[in-house]
Design a protein around this ligand. Structure first.
Ligand code: M6P
Ligand code: ZN
Length: 196
């Protein structure tokens, strides 16, 4: 992978190709495999089996060259592959912004959802191409692919927002998103496992 210096960029145009789910020019890219999602799936045995059985790529994040620096506005496209592990749809790790800054997502391809949790309340937004999902300050956020094709979305966020993954490991996201018998999705409460 090319190393990119974290430095300001001049005014620039960035080509957004919705069909290919790419940004050009491209900055850092990130690939998350199943082994990177330790402790997140309800069914730890199913997670371990998936890691041992090829450790598939669950999602990737391509960014523009705009750096993650305070007052900048970086953008990235995340693509979550279609799949489920132990009946739980593939998802991003999810994170909280330490300084509680907001963020916007725009659905680009496929069908998914935006799960948000503020430590008390849980919200779900259905996401599809053309839908903007707004993440207010203080809401941890995770994206989930509930379809049978890759789900892609564009994110625009404050460069100083940061990513607190420990918050999600500690608090959860309130709900889990499981496959239902009819080919759709259903929610269960993280703590009780009851329908939510
Ligand atoms: C979006 C943005 C990124 C984030 C990515 C993957 O593109 O919110 O900041 O990194 O999704 O999500 P996560 O960091 O939770 O794995
Ligand atoms: Zn974020």
């Amino acid at each position: 992978m090319t190393e990119y210096a974290i430095q300001p960029v001049p005014p620039m145009s960035i080509r957004f190709d919705a069909g290919a789910a790419t940004l050009s020019p491209e900055g850092p890219t990130l690939t998350r495999r199943m082994s990177d999602l330790e402790g997140l799936f309800r069914d730890g045995d199913a997670w371990r089996t998936a890691v041992a059985d090829g450790d598939p790529v669950v999602y990737s994040v391509v960014s523009s060259p705009v750096p993650e620096l305070d007052r900048e506005l970086p953008q990235s496209i995340t693509t979550i592959e279609a799949g489920s592990t132990g009946g739980e749809f593939w998802m991003t790790k999810g994170h909280q912004h330490p300084n509680h800054q907001g963020e916007i997502y725009l659905g680009v391809a496929g069908v998914g959802g935006l799960l948000m949790f503020d430590g008390t309340d849980t919200r779900w937004l259905d996401m599809a191409p053309g839908v903007i999902g707004y993440i207010p300050p203080g809401w941890a956020h995770r994206s989930v692919n509930v379809g049978d094709a890759p789900y892609s979305f564009l994110a625009v966020y404050p460069g100083g927002a940061g990513h607190d993954y420990g918050w999600v490991l500690e608090h959860g996201m309130g709900r889990r998103v499981l496959a239902d018998a009819a080919g759709g999705h259903r929610f269960v409460d993280c703590r009780t496992g009851e329908p939510a």
